[in-house]
Design a binder for this molecule. Structure first.
Ligand SMILES: Cc1ncc(COP(=O)(O)O)c(C=O)c1O
Length: 486
């Protein structure tokens, strides 16, 4: 134990814990008892802020479709929904006189949209890095030629190489697409420096802020600032508002040009049988009836995050991360990935493996016996994880062939614990105690791996989900499907 180094938790953070819907809810564990759930999977998705839920409940009696109704509720909903766009734009420091905020489903949809709307020409290059989530890689590959900047030995993108590639491909690079923070190592990119380098060669910069926006203050800066971020995307479900909204922020001028990638209702001003005249942004790029409730939820979340203060959140999470590494590094047999000492450029993501224990087994034990939500695998960043694990190209080919043949049992991977602003030292202590038990082989269950998925399950652990959440109607449908199938 490192009790002398315990981070003092100011009252505000304990109060914030009460702001989390479902915080400390009890879940079943292997021995048949129940324990308060420890949520350390915030990089995947966060629970909701209570204030967000309250805002949704307050709004629902006024709910109506937006933009086309003449009734009072529609007028009110339109006002609120439009204001929600502005709140998100302000949260990331965008100049709203020249930039638009487009609501989507999530960051993935934002990046696909931007890739479709960039109007790439043959030969255009996008520079990205080996550190990216697939969502900030595959959409670019679809429409342009992509160069992946390699890594330094400590898992950072090689920024010297990025600058070299920018200079070597002068005139061809249209965009540098970089994550604000990695979902694997938490490493933050120097986004404003990268913007300066990109702008110097006439390229634009896109920041995938899915992992940055919940943890650090962001300012896209003035459009004429060389450090300005041209485009940015984020996901509400990683920002305590899991109601199905993402946001893409970028220059109005770009979205005014060209055709929207998805067409239909809402995107047009006038339609004849021969032609369609597009609406103005953001409507032009929000086809169909938008997710009004999700937009309001996101706006409420960013308003609360702002009132807590993103600098305060960053300081709190960094202190907690330092505590976590002190605590976890004292456990023998844990291997960490990414920085563990200098945490100045890192958000609260802890990637590790337990020596001699499959990552999927470790994660299953942590969940099944510790009531702790973590995650394992390659986290939608296969190239990055394989680089961190030094998987050789030959092994990579063999493993890929195994997966194609339906066997994921040897897929390489890591375990990931990720922090939110409401986590505390007690959460870390519970994780550490569980890891100590795993290292000492003192876990209780007998775990069996499913070759097809690679996941492990404890024998005899089959929780009665319906006891915790009643799906009466869904279950009835499932039973009907089963009986029809049998
Ligand atoms: C860095 C990063 N980018 C993009 C995404 C995709 O976000 P979403 O699943 O909300 O589309 C994620 C999700 O984990 C992520 O971590």
């Amino acid at each position: 134990m490192v009790t002398d180094q315990v981070v003092q938790t100011p009252r505000v953070w304990e109060d914030l814990r009460q702001e989390i819907v479902g915080c400390d809810r009890c879940v079943p564990v292997l021995d048949g008892s129940e324990r308060p759930y420890i949520f350390l999977d915030n990089a995947a998705s966060t629970p909701a802020f209570r204030r967000v839920l309250e805002a949704v409940e307050e709004f629902l009696p006024w709910y109506s479709g937006v933009h086309r109704g003449t009734g009072f509720k529609s007028l009110l909903a339109t006002e609120v929904f439009d204001a929600a766009h502005d709140a998100v734009g302000r949260f990331v420091g965008a100049d709203l006189s020249t930039n638009t905020v487009i609501f989507t489903k999530n960051t993935t949809e934002c990046i696909n949209k931007l890739s479709n709307r960039m109007n790439f020409r043959p030969g255009d290059l996008v520079i990205t890095t080996m550190m990216e989530h697939h969502s900030n890689d595959l959409p670019w590959r679809k429409n342009a030629s992509v160069l992946h900047v390699g890594l330094t030995p400590d898992g950072h993108p090689d920024l010297q190489l990025m600058r070299k590639l920018l200079e070597q491909n002068l005139g061809r690079v249209r965009l540098v697409a970089i994550n604000g923070a990695s979902n694997i190592t938490g490493i933050c990119s120097p986004i404003h420096d990268i913007a300066t380098w990109a702008h110097a060669v006439g390229a634009k910069v896109f920041v995938d802020a899915a992992q940055l926006a919940p943890h650090r203050p962001i300012s896209m800066l003035a459009d004429d600032d060389p450090r300005h971020i041209d485009f940015l995307a984020l996901s509400a479900h990683k920002m305590y508002a899991p109601f199905g909204t993402g946001a893409l922020i970028g220059p109005m001028a770009l979205f005014e040009k060209g055709d929207p990638d998805v067409v239909g209702g809402g995107v047009v001003d006038v339609v004849t049988l021969e032609t369609a005249v597009w609406n103005r942004p953001p409507h032009k790029d929000e086809a169909g009836s938008p997710n009004v409730v999700g937009g309001i939820a996101l706006a409420e979340a960013v308003t609360l995050l702002e009132s807590i203060g993103m600098e305060n959140i960053a300081a709190h999470e960094t202190a907690l991360l330092a505590y976590a590494y002190r605590r976890l590094k004292a456990i023998p047999g844990l291997q960490f990935y990414g920085p563990t000492e200098d945490l100045s450029d890192k958000v609260g993501v802890i990637a590790f493996n337990v020596e001699g224990v499959h990552h999927a087994l470790a994660a299953a034990i942590i969940g099944t016996e510790g009531a702790i939500g973590v995650r394992n695998g390659c986290f939608c960043a296969h190239p990055y994880v394989k680089e961190l694990l030094h998987v050789s190209p030959e092994d990579d080919r063999i493993l890929a062939a195994e997966v194609i043949a339906g066997n994921k049992s040897r897929m390489p991977g890591l375990v990931r614990a990720s922090l939110g602003c409401y986590n505390n030292e007690a959460d870390i202590d519970t994780l550490a105690e569980m890891l100590e038990r795993i290292v000492r082989k003192e876990y209780k269950g007998t775990y069996v791996q499913d070759r097809a998925t690679g996941t492990f399950r404890a024998k005899g652990f089959s929780p009665d989900f319906e006891k915790y959440f009643s799906f009466v109607r869904l279950a009835a449908g499932r039973e009907r499907r089963h009986s029809e199938a049998s």
